[in-house]
Design a protein. Structure first.
Ligand SMILES: *[C@@H]1O[C@H](CO)[C@@H](O)[C@H](O)[C@H]1NC(C)=O
Ligand SMILES: *[C@@H]1O[C@H](CO)[C@@H](O)[C@H](O)[C@H]1NC(C)=O
Ligand SMILES: *[C@@H]1O[C@H](CO)[C@@H](O)[C@H](O)[C@H]1NC(C)=O
Ligand SMILES: *[C@@H]1O[C@H](CO)[C@@H](O)[C@H](O)[C@H]1NC(C)=O
Length: 274
């Protein structure tokens, strides 16, 4: 497509004379990118045809991290730190600009816009493209701990999901074998420096609820996980010092005596009678 001198074109729809050409457009790819924190993002912005002009590309972001607030629209993205921009002016069939964001973090979550300034001797045009949606996910770690409560015999179970993004998460308790559980409500998530979040839930388990061998599990669902994470705890893991004592003081010595007896009777010849 050829732009004639004297015609000032703005945006994507710019024609010369009566010849209806194929309008120059910016093509962004991919339209949607979903990455785990730490991966590299490659965003590409290309003219759909050779314009015959010098092209200057610009990238801009509208951040979608919950902390972005009113400052969510960035200035033009500069090439520094984790951001690098490479433009190939003469790459066939048309100029292309590539934005590489290395080691993406939850703070990079957003929409990335591309624009190009086409500059001829007497003509120029500014084209805006659409945007690339960049989603970033961070996988949480799940931990389940148990400690005695100040009410005798009962315990407090505490389940934590650490380092996830986006901030929507579901933490639940599964104690179907011992009946209904009433956890304290999940508190508001806390924000980490890297833009990920953590939350926890606690559960008070009374001694009466805790039957031998009963299992209580903490289940975490999050969009970064293909299936929910699950950690479980049993009575014998925590409460019953009595069960441990039984095992060590009764069962173990009994086994030792039994083994000694077997060894004794199989190895020692029966007493010879005269
Ligand atoms: C936005 O940026 C200005 C200036 O950098 C700052 O004073 C203000 O607190 C920021 N607002 C938010 C919501 O971060
Ligand atoms: C991400 O990019 C950086 C530098 O741009 C490079 O050193 C690193 O190997 C890349 N990582 C992956 C997983 O491609
Ligand atoms: C194109 O982008 C510029 C800079 O972001 C903006 O000021 C302008 O309103 C946009 N124009 C259109 C038609 O989207
Ligand atoms: C037990 O702890 C809770 C809070 O954790 C407190 O409100 C309560 O007063 C404590 N009870 C006793 C008997 O110390």
């Amino acid at each position: 497509m050829n732009l004639h001198g004297g015609i000032y074109c703005l945006w994507a729809f710019c024609f010369t004379g009566t010849t209806v050409g194929n309008p120059i457009k910016l093509l962004l790819s991919p339209s949607h990118l979903s990455l785990l924190a730490g991966e590299n993002a490659t965003l590409s912005c290309r003219l759909n045809q050779n314009s015959g002009f010098k092209s200057y590309f610009y990238w801009k972001a509208v951040k979608q991290h919950p902390t972005a607030g009113e400052n969510k629209t960035s200035d033009f993205i500069e090439e520094k730190g984790r951001f690098s921009i490479s433009t190939e002016e003469d790459s066939p069939p048309a100029a292309v600009s590539t934005l590489l964001i290395s080691d993406v973090s939850p703070y990079d979550h957003g929409r990335y816009f591309c624009a190009v300034h086409l500059l001829g001797d007497t003509t120029h045009a500014l084209l805006n493209g659409t945007y690339i949606q960049l989603d970033v996910k961070a996988r949480p770690q799940l931990s389940l701990t148990s400690h005695p409560s100040n009410t005798s015999g009962s315990r407090i179970l505490s389940c934590s999901a650490v380092g996830y993004y986006p901030p929507d998460v579901s933490l639940s308790w599964d104690g179907s074998s011992i009946g209904v559980l009433s956890p304290t409500p999940q508190g508001p998530p806390t924000l980490h420096r890297d833009g990920s979040y953590s939350t926890s839930s606690t559960l008070l388990v009374t001694e009466a609820l805790w039957i031998t061998g009963a299992e209580i599990a903490c289940v975490l669902s999050h969009s970064s996980l293909t299936e929910p994470l699950r950690k479980s705890i049993r009575q014998e893991d925590t409460f019953s010092d009595a069960a441990v004592i039984t095992r060590h003081c009764v069962i173990v010595p009994a086994l030792v005596i039994e083994i000694l007896c077997v060894v004794y009777f199989s190895l020692c010849p029966a007493p010879v009678r005269n």
